[in-house]
Design a protein around this ligand. Structure first.
Ligand code: GUN
Ligand code: ZN
Length: 472
């Protein structure tokens, strides 16, 4: 076999415990929501899953030329999906002591000013994407800065890694430092040019990205609505109802609007594949309007706790029929790990007397988030025809997890402990398009050494070369 290039999907078989979701455990019931093989085999050809099933049944007929990577007893799932994060905030995480509006002006906007420099946005893109892979996240929806360069860097690096990624340059023409402001015309033109260059190129998609109502004039929202109407299949990403100060500011800026959601409705921005970050303080009317339009609410628990924004009401979203994703919101959020994100999600919901069991959490991180971003036919499941993006998870990655594991009796319990105690240390390997793009304690797996452009050890983190579960 010849060595695959980054754009050839991988061809291989992976043996592991295999878990995949195809329905919401809270709607379909836990048993009907997933399939699980205790000794499973996933056969991948050209980056697409060909078959999944019991290893004992599939191995006898397996193409003898196919390499089998054996990860037993680790758990293989669809790669995690992070539907809301910010490329330029990897050096903003953990900024102390403010709530949203002050946090934006004190830490975030000054940092974002740096991203017109390609050296800054290239380095950030490399860091971010490798950090996501180290955490088992294979798809993310990213806000870049208002500089088109930041989106170019993000897409170019995603493309080199062969990742399914969504991103967009933010549009903002008021209430921020001059160096970050575009204009209605520039925001439109620059977004249009980026759509032409990157949308549908390989595994990349463009998201039309008005930052949020407070940083756009009505003229800019009008132009954004026109752009959205010209591209009805594109994602839209923005923020909605995160913080009381923000909501009061929107009421001041748009006195004609009956509520915050009405601002986005007026400009045609509430529709399928429109991703609304936070959605914490929505009224029943707003929830119903978002649901009716097929838009998505994105719950960002570590961010909502860190910025003191409030407690997302998952059950109200479910009752309204509002699609809901769960995301890190790097860098208002404090962890790149979707495991940690789910654990903090559990705690937020607990404060509302709502529950998040292990199965429901892992559904959300995979098939649920795929549905939340309208990619449910391509990613989020380990099933024939789906793209071969996987995470391999060690549920006993630390001494504390190993000790806890001795008392575990069910898969549900194992999953709940994995999300509660797990983080990047549990990620044994990550595959994208059937190619290994991260290996715990080792190199970047199948990536040509590494890619055509070196990535510094410091960008990759401080993994020590040691473990590999590969090679049987
Ligand atoms: N609202 C507008 N911009 C942002 C941002 O960068 N982070 C968060 N958490 N909320 C926002
Ligand atoms: Zn955000």
């Amino acid at each position: 076999m010849t060595e695959p290039t980054l754009h050839d999907g991988g061809t291989l078989a992976i043996r592991a415990r295999v878990l995949t979701y195809h329905a919401h455990p809270l709607l379909a019931g836990e048993t009907a929501s997933h399939r699980y093989w205790d000794d499973g085999l996933v056969v991948v050809r050209g980056g697409i899953v060909e078959t999944v099933g019991n290893a004992s049944e599939l191995l006898p007929d397996l193409d003898p030329a196919m390499t089998v990577s054996d990860y037993r007893p680790h758990l293989l799932m669809a790669g995690f999906i992070d539907p809301h994060l910010h490329l330029p905030q990897t050096q903003v995480i953990g900024s102390y002591g403010t709530e949203l509006m002050e946090w934006l002006s004190k830490y975030t906007f000054p940092e974002e000013v740096r991203y017109g420099d390609p050296a800054v946005s290239d380095a950030a893109s490399r860091f971010l994407l490798h950090e996501l892979l180290r955490n088992g996240t294979t798809t993310a929806v990213a806000f870049c800065t208002s500089h088109p360069q930041s989106a170019t860097s993000f897409f170019a690096e995603s493309d080199r890694l062969g990742l399914r990624m969504v991103g967009g340059k933010v549009m903002m023409d008021r209430n921020a430092p001059a160096a970050l402001l575009d204009t209605p015309e520039r925001g439109y033109d620059e977004s249009k040019a980026l759509i032409g260059r990157w949308h549908g190129n390989g595994r990349l998609s463009y998201a039309i990205s008005p930052r949020f109502a407070p940083t756009s004039t009505e003229a800019q929202l009008e132009a954004t609505g026109a752009l959205a109407a010209e591209h009805p299949d594109l994602h839209i990403q923005t923020h909605l109802s995160e913080n009381h100060g923000e909501i009061a500011f929107v009421a001041e800026l748009f006195p004609w609007a009956e509520d915050y959601t009405a601002v986005y409705e007026r400009y045609g921005l509430v529709r399928p594949k429109a991703l609304y970050g936070h959605c914490i303080h929505l009224s029943p009317r707003e929830r119903a309007a978002l649901a009716e339009a097929g838009a998505t609410a994105v719950f960002c628990p570590t961010s909502n706790l860190f910025l003191g924004s409030g407690l997302f009401d998952r059950d109200a979203a479910l009752a309204a029929g509002l699609r809901t994703g769960i995301a890190t919101d790097i860098g208002g959020g404090t962890s790149y790990s979707m495991l940690t994100t789910a654990a903090e999600g559990y705690k937020v919901l607990a404060l509302r007397s709502q529950k998040l069991r292990g199965h429901a959490a892992f559904y959300m991180l995979t098939a649920g988030n795929a549905e939340a971003i309208g990619f449910e036919a391509r990613i989020g499941q380990v099933a024939p025809g789906f793209e071969a993006d996987f995470v391999i998870l060690d549920t006993q990655a630390t001494p504390a997890m190993r000790r806890r594991h001795e008392r575990i009796e069910t898969l549900e319990e194992e999953l709940f402990v994995l999300m509660t105690m797990g983080d990047d240390r549990s990620v044994v390997a990550t595959y994208a398009g059937g190619r290994k793009v991260h290996a715990r304690g080792g190199s970047a797996g199948d990536l040509p050494s590494p890619l055509d452009q070196p990535i510094s050890r410091e960008a990759l983190g401080n993994d020590m070369p040691s473990e590999s579960a590969e090679g049987r």
